[in-house]
Design a protein around this ligand. Structure first.
Ligand code: CA
Ligand code: CA
Ligand code: CA
Length: 313
């Protein structure tokens, strides 16, 4: 081959390699993007960086107002998951006059990002005044103001410290409209625009009884997590340890912290060149997922949760 042709030939090969790499990178970026926009019920759209998991996952408490709404609009689970108001009378819950609803985030958590963090999908012509509060543990509440008129979103900046993670939202109807079939606020969905992904691992798959050294199989399991972490834009990882309520609360706290620290060390080792801050917290028997009075409940409560904090934009 003449040198010039050889040069052109190698350039062509190099070019195809470069475009292949670009395709790989861009398809990878696309795979990470879980963000999605949803109709706000008032003619607009709202964008959620984590897509479907941004929405509240569980009803913790519902106290119907007085007067209450008609039966078909009084089911609090209609406020769970993505918005699904059908434009007629289904898909939302009417709190009733002065009604109260507490929801929990399970596969995500509410955090402060730049701009609004919490969004309430309130149906109807005007957003009925509703008092909002958030909580980490479902016991201690921080009031964050109200939604009303055309405002359905709230910035929690003023109410949170860096690294704060909230798991509960409480809505109380402020009795702005107490007449008709649907008195009180009409809630289709509740979602965290400021959202961190939360992953949960049962302790028994990670550790032997009362131990805090990772089982060999646990390392394989966590390798999957490392892959997921590698493809997301994360600023910080929080590892939380939890136990059941058997034994003293001090022992439980120590065990849960030791376990969280084991997972933290493993992640640190694997993510050695990454800039993430990794933190371990031991909650012991706090924040149980189920009552501790059955074997099943105890097993559910013994867990390690990992929160992936997104890069603050
Ligand atoms: Ca969720
Ligand atoms: Ca914010
Ligand atoms: Ca709904």
């Amino acid at each position: 081959m003449k040198p010039k042709i050889k040069l052109i030939y190698s350039w062509m090969i190099l070019r195809s390699i470069i475009s292949f790499v670009i395709i790989l990178i861009s398809s990878n970026t696309r795979a990470q993007e879980s963000g999605k926009s949803y109709n706000d019920g008032h003619g607009g759209k709202v964008y959620f960086p984590l897509g479907d998991i941004s929405f509240a996952d569980e009803v913790v408490e519902f106290v119907k107002g007085d007067p209450a709404a008609i039966e078909q609009s009084s089911n609090p689970s209609d406020a769970i998951g993505v918005p699904d108001f059908d434009g007629l009378a289904k898909g939302f819950v009417s709190l009733g006059c002065g009604g109260k609803l507490i929801l929990k985030f399970k596969d995500n958590a509410l955090i402060n990002i730049d701009g609004p963090d919490l969004y309430i999908f309130e149906m109807g012509k005007y957003i009925e005044s509703t008092d909002l509060a958030i909580s980490k543990d479902g016991v201690n509440w921080i009031s964050i103001g109200e939604i009303k008129g055309a405002v359905a979103e709230i910035d929690i900046e003023k109410f949170s410290k860096p690294g704060d993670v909230f798991n509960y939202v409480r809505l109380i109807d402020l009795k702005a409209s107490c007449k008709g079939d649907w008195p009180g606020a009409d809630i289709d969905a509740v979602a965290a625009i400021g959202s961190a992904k939360r992953l949960s691992f049962t302790s028994s798959v990670l550790f032997s009884f009362n131990e805090s050294v990772l089982k060999p199989e646990a390392k394989k399991l966590l390798d999957g997590l490392i892959k997921e972490i590698g493809s997301s834009s994360i600023s910080e990882i929080i590892v939380e340890g939890y136990t059941d309520s058997i034994g003293t609360s001090e022992l439980n706290k120590n065990l849960s912290l030791a376990r969280a620290n084991s997972v933290k060390s493993f992640l640190k080792q694997k993510l050695v060149n990454k800039p993430y801050k990794i933190e371990a917290v031991g909650f012991g028997e706090e924040n149980p997922l189920m009552p501790n009075d059955t074997k099943e409940g105890q097993e559910k409560n013994r867990r390690v949760e990992i929160i992936l904090m997104p890069v603050k934009k």
